[in-house]
Design a protein around this ligand. Structure first.
Ligand code: CDP
Ligand code: CDP
Length: 203
C-alpha cells in the first residue's frame, strides 16, 4: 500500500523545499503538481487551447527550468481556474500518488481533491511579505531583477485567484496540520513535518 503525503499552501510558502526534503528522507517519489499547471499555462501562451493542452500533456514537457518564470506562473494560475483543465490533470496525479511505496505531492488541492485519503496532510504557509521576499531573492539569483512592490502585488493577486476560484480553491483541509514557515528555516520546517509523519506511520 502506498503512503501519501499531501502538501498544500500558497506560492513561495516553502512547499516544494519541504516536499523534496521529505521525499528524500523517506525515499518516496515527489511530484510538484504546480508544474502541470505551469506546463498548460506555457502551452496557452504558445497559442494552444488550455483544456486540450491539459488532455495531451506529456510528462516530458514538465521541465522545471523552462517553466519557472513569473509569466508562466501567472498563466498557470489563469488556466488553473478552468474546471476542464483540472479534471484532465486528476488521473495523472492520483496514479502518481498510488504508484510505489510512498509519494509526496505538493500543490493547492492535494489534501482536499486529489488525495483526500492521504495519510498525512500538511498546509504550509508564510506571511505574504516573506513569500514575496523569497520570490524576489530567487529572481535576483536567477539574474532577473524585479521590483519588490510588483512581486508582492503579484503574490497577493495569485493568492486571491487561487483562494476565490469555484473549482478546487486553495483551502486548508480540516484534517491538515498547519506549518507556518514565516520564521522557520527549511531544516526547522522539515523536523516539524517529520514529527507529523512519524505519528501517522504504521509501526
Ligand atoms: O511555486 P508556486 O507556489 O509559486 O507555484 P506553483 O505551485 O508552481 O503553481 C502555479 C499555479 O498553479 C498556482 O498559482 C495555482 O494557481 C496553480 N496550481 C493549482 O491550481 N493546483 C495545484 N495543485 C498546483 C498549482
Ligand atoms: O513550493 P513553494 O512555492 O511553496 O516554495 P519553495 O519553492 O519551496 O520556497 C520558496 C523559497 O523560499 C525558496 O528559495 C526556499 O529556499 C525559501 N524557503 C525559506 O527561505 N524558508 C523555508 N522554510 C522554506 C523555503
Amino acid at each position: 500500500m502506498s503512503f501519501t503525503i499531501a502538501i498544500d499552501g500558497p506560492a513561495a510558502a516553502g512547499k516544494g523545499t519541504l516536499a523534496r526534503a521529505l521525499a528524500a528522507h523517506y525515499g518516496y517519489a515527489y511530484l510538484d503538481t504546480g508544474l502541470l499547471y505551469r506546463a498548460v499555462g506555457a502551452r496557452m501562451l504558445a497559442g494552444d487551447e488550455p483544456a486540450a493542452a491539459a488532455r495531451s500533456l506529456d510528462p516530458a514537457d514538465l521541465d522545471p527550468t523552462i517553466l519557472r518564470t513569473q509569466t508562466v506562473a501567472e498563466a498557470a494560475s489563469q488556466v488553473a481556474v478552468l474546471p476542464a483543465v483540472r479534471v484532465a490533470l486528476v488521473a495523472f496525479q492520483q496514479d502518481f500518488a498510488r504508484a510505489g511505496q510512498g509519494a509526496v505531492l505538493d500543490g493547492r488541492d492535494i489534501g482536499t481533491v486529489i488525495c483526500p485519503q492521504a495519510e498525512v496532510k500538511l498546509f504550509v504557509t508564510a506571511s505574504a511579505e516573506v513569500r514575496a521576499d523569497r520570490r524576489m531573492r530567487e529572481l535576483l539569483d536567477a539574474g532577473q531583477p524585479a521590483d519588490p512592490a510588483v512581486i508582492l502585488a503579484e503574490v497577493i493577486a495569485r493568492d486571491r485567484r487561487d483562494a476565490d476560484r469555484s473549482t478546487a480553491p486553495l483551502v486548508t483541509a480540516s484534517d491538515a496540520t498547519l506549518i507556518d514557515t514565516t520564521d522557520l528555516t527549511p531544516a526547522q520546517a522539515l523536523s516539524r513535518a517529520i514529527a507529523v509523519v512519524e505519528a501517522r506511520r504504521p509501526a
